[in-house]
Design a protein around this ligand. Structure first.
Ligand code: 13P
Ligand code: SF4
Length: 318
């Protein structure tokens, strides 16, 4: 209750005041702010690092800071805590959860493991810590094929994203049994979206996130994680290429970031309504409140940390 009242007071502060206070608190508390590419721009601007799930996990694992403020969704902050258990990890908005990560529970996974005793369990990082603790190895959208290829041809039980599982199977030829989960933001992309965007921007390259449905992936020129997309646009040096531009099939937070960073490149969303509501719950006032008051601290049991860490570290080693 008290913390909610405190938060109300932060809402009254101006943007400049919030930015200044965040800077001061960061120094005082030796904190680092990590923001996922889907965060609102104001939050991306105060972050020390913006990136995809893989990059942010790597930074969390290596940071010298005492406090990690994770502007993203819960499974990302949990991964940071698992990889750096001695650090204080804060999630400014407790309601920032990933609906896809909720589509696989420990009980359901235990049942599936019993039905597939010969399978390696490969978990997309978009899973809760309790689920990660039951898996053999993790992957992100940036390295799923590489991880699948490293599993020596064994049968794979892939949780929870059926679309990433399908794409990984297509690229690697691995024997993959897919869970029935999906990201509601990417799963809504359709062939009609692609036709509409291609006819509006006929010369543009179409790049897409692998959480998208198979029939849409078939139509993409390239498939990347969010940071893969950012690197692709950063490498568009030739004037003609910049003019022809790029259609981006992912959440609009990345589109906004890239439009700001590369104003001379034509950048269009595949669908302007591709918005992850929980990613947008983190605002500047909540970041300031979080870093100053130490809320909401991520806590996990030692047992979960140990088991989930083994799965995440196997991924990072590769
Ligand atoms: P990236 O790891 O490609 O950034 O995407 C993860 C995602 O969808 C975050 O929710
Ligand atoms: Fe989860 Fe999709 Fe939102 Fe990412 S964009 S947090 S996968 S619901």
């Amino acid at each position: 209750m008290e913390t909610l009242m405190e938060l109300e007071a932060y809402k009254a502060l101006s943007k400049d005041e919030l930015v200044n206070r965040i800077k001061i608190a960061k120094r005082e508390k030796n904190a680092v702010i990590l923001a996922h590419n889907y965060q609102i721009l104001e939050v991306q601007h105060v972050a020390d690092y913006c990136g995809d799930s893989l990059e942010l996990s790597r930074i969390a694992a290596k940071t010298d800071s005492d406090v990690v403020v994770f502007c993203g969704v819960d499974f990302m902050a949990e991964s940071a805590k698992i990889l750096a258990p001695e650090k204080t990890v804060l999630l400014p908005e407790i309601k920032a959860t990933c609906p896809m990560a909720q589509m696989v529970t420990p009980d359901a996974l235990n049942r599936a493991k019993a039905e597939n005793p010969d399978a390696v369990v490969l978990a997309y990082v978009n899973t809760t810590a309790a689920v990660k603790a039951l898996t053999d190895i993790c992957c992100t959208s940036a390295n799923a094929s590489k991880i699948a290829n490293s599993l020596g041809g064994r049968k794979i039980l892939f949780v929870p994203d059926k679309n990433l599982a399908h794409y990984t199977r297509k690229v690697t030829g691995a024997s993959i049994k897919a869970w029935d989960g999906f990201c509601f933001v990417h799963n809504m992309f359709t062939v009609a979206d692609v036709k509409r965007a291609r006819s509006a921007h006929p010369d543009a390259v179409f790049i897409l996130h692998p959480e998208s449905p198979p029939e849409v992936i078939e139509l993409a020129d390239e498939v990347f994680s969010t940071s893969g997309m950012a690197k692709y646009v950063a490498n568009m040096k030739n004037e003609d290429e910049k003019h022809r531009g790029v259609i981006i099939g992912t959440e609009t937070g990345l589109v906004n970031q890239l439009r700001e960073r590369y104003p001379d490149v034509g950048i269009w969303p595949l669908n302007e309504f591709a918005i992850c509501g929980t990613m947008k719950l983190t605002t500047l006032d909540k970041v300031c409140w979080s870093i100053e008051t130490g809320n909401h601290e991520i806590t996990l049991s030692g047992d979960i940390i140990e088991k989930a860490r083994a799965s995440l570290e196997r991924m990072l080693e590769l």
